[in-house]
Design a protein around this ligand. Sequence first.
Ligand code: CTP
Ligand code: CA
Length: 223
Amino acid sequence: PEAQVQPALLAGRHVIVTSGPTHEPIDPVRYIANRSSGAQGTAIAAALRDLGARVSFVTGPAQVPPPAGVEVIRVETALQMQEAVAAALPADAAVMAAAVADWRVAAAAERKMKKDGSGRPPELEMVENPDILAWLSHHAARPALVVGFAAETHDVIAHASAKRARKGCDWIVANDVSPATGIMGGTENAVTLIHADGAEEWPRLPKAEVAQRLALRIAEALA
Ligand code: CTP
Ligand code: CA
């Protein structure tokens, strides 16, 4: 089924895709992260590739392997992801599907932290990570089309529309990841595409089909 021949609507185009979680070290053996299999970002990179795009795939430590036929840039932390995106510019479009950890430990310990026997957990000082999507949306070399994601558990469209405005990206792919939907960690996704003119609810589809639709929309927008 993957071997369908598609028109090369994105030939000559360069698209950056971020995917997977980031891992923010606490010490050499512990980290903070968001839940993300990397499946949707991987499917998007594959769909863009199938339309002929050159894809820079910047991925954190994901559960699914990266697609063939794309340039894979493996990173661990949000700061590394931002550097990798910067190094991949310029691009015609960017799709930020990564579940970036919002905070990192201010100073990760160089040696494994040991329980001290007091029963009191350590106090970790946290600092906010850069918002890579917002930073790219305001970058001097901003891609013509910047697409973000918003995984929400409630008031999905309101939160996602506010995110689009706040971050300055063109589109937000919003999805409801509340446990009742079974979306989180599954093979299907039900998304709403939010742009300047409103919100389009797409049917619940396999992640590969969500990716193909999005890739086609990106091709249309860049045409
Ligand atoms: N994102 C990013 N860098 C970050 C945080 C988020 O690039 N430090 C991107 C994600 O890849 C996604 C979009 O921003 O495309 C929305 O992520 P989300 O976590 O939903 O947004 P936040 O602004 O972090 O809001 P929240 O408080 O809901 O986590
Ligand atoms: Ca977040």
